[in-house]
Structures are given as structure tokens and as C-alpha cells.
Design a protein around this ligand. Sequence first.
Ligand code: AP5
Length: 212
Amino acid sequence: MSLVLFGPPGAGKGTQSQFLVDRMQLKHISTGDLLRAAIKKQTDLGKKAQTFMDKGELVPDDVVIGLINEVVSSDPQAKYLFDGFPRTPPQAEALSTLMKPHGGISKALFLDVPSALLMDRLTGRRVCTKCGESFHVSMNPPKQEGVCDKCQGELIQRDDDKDEVISNRIKVYEENTSPLKNYYQDQGLFSSIDGQGSPEDVYSRLERALKD
Ligand code: AP5
């Protein structure tokens, strides 16, 4: 089974993806992570993506669809968890076509979190520069401030986790990604999960939704 996990910025997609890939045999594909890796390496694609990501805008559809195409065709047997992709109706159409030979998408799981909570989650997020582990200054603090519990790497704030960029990311989400709720409802694949409460509570709801 391949799954789509979507929702607003800070809804907990990355956090829940870790639970899902740990417990199910799924290959995790996060377009945000792929794009940040390209920026770190300063590839042409990374340099192009950075100009959009720094402002909280979406990277153009052809760029991200190309990235997904490359990953999916490199491992045709795998079952995937798509985290943060698709984000627009054209991306959803492209994914549907790309996944046809792989058995399609089984469910599109939507993490529902009110906007007020998103701001708190994102301004307080700190990520490890070495392993990518995510923490939160008050909701999930590391044992030692500024240091990753897992690998002792340095914890930093993402460039796009600044107030003004977060506001734009939420606006961009409402305009471009929110319509995917209807798209997946029409296909009978949509499942909405309350994303409030502890990460473990949210994961229990995800598990229940997957059994439905
Ligand atoms: P991306 O990296 O995908 O960012 P996002 O969608 O904005 O999502 P986030 O990573 O910010 O949040 P999340 O939902 O994963 O939450 P998390 O689990 O980390 O994309 C970044 C940018 O790349 C985009 O703006 C765009 O420019 C570009 N991009 C990416 N994909 C694209 C695409 N398909 N098309 C075009 N452009 C694309 O949690 C957040 C915080 O909350 C953490 O601190 C965490 O510890 C905490 N937290 C999580 N769950 C809980 C909980 N239950 N209780 C308390 N705290 C919690």
C-alpha cells in the first residue's frame, strides 16, 4: 500500500511519517527533505528551489514532479509514503499517473490542525543539522539545549520557520493544497485525522484510519 500524508505546514507530517515508516514497510518520500538536500549540495535544482522556499512559496510543479518521477522509477517495487507531495492539483494528477504501475495510492491521510497551533509548532521547531531529527523548544525539548539527543549534532531553526515566512506558507497552503481534500474525497481515498494531542495519540488515530 502506498500512502499520501498531507496537511498544513507544521501539522505533524514529518513526525507521523517517522511512526509510519518505522511500523510499515514504506519508503518515505518528503519533497521538503529532497529539496533541502539539493540546496545543501548547491545543485542547480537546489539553487532554483531555494528562491521559492525562502519566501514560503511552492517550488514549480515541473521541478517537484521531475524529482518524484526520478525516485519512483529508481525503485519500482517499493511502496511509498508521500509526505508533503502532492501540494497542487497538477501534482496530484501526475502522482496518480506515476503510481498506476505501482498499484496506485491506497489512502490520502489529511492531518487536521487549527492555524493558531501551527504557528506555535513551527516557531518552536528546531532541527538537527546532521541527522534531521526534529525537536520543539517546549513541546518536545532536547535533553541539552541546542544539541540533538540522537547524534549530538547542532540544532537550528529552519530558515522558513520565521514568523513572516510561516504566515505565507499557511496562505500558500490554503490556496494551493487545501483543494486536494476535495480531490481525494472525489476519489474515495480521503481520510481526515485530528492532528491535535500528543504525537502518539495522533498516530493511534492514523492507525485506526488505515484499518477503515
Ligand atoms: P516541507 O518541509 O514539506 O514543509 P511543510 O509542509 O511546511 O511542513 P513542515 O515540515 O513545516 O511541517 P510538518 O507537517 O512536517 O510538521 P513536523 O512533523 O515537522 O516543505 C518546505 C518547503 O519546500 C515548502 O514551503 C515549499 O517551498 C517546498 N516544497 C516542499 N514540497 C513541495 C511540493 N510538493 N511542491 C512545491 N513545493 C514544495 O512538526 C512541526 C513541529 O511540531 C515540530 O517541532 C514537531 O516536534 C512538533 N509536533 C509535531 N507533532 C506534534 C504534536 N502532535 N504535538 C506537539 N508538537 C508536535
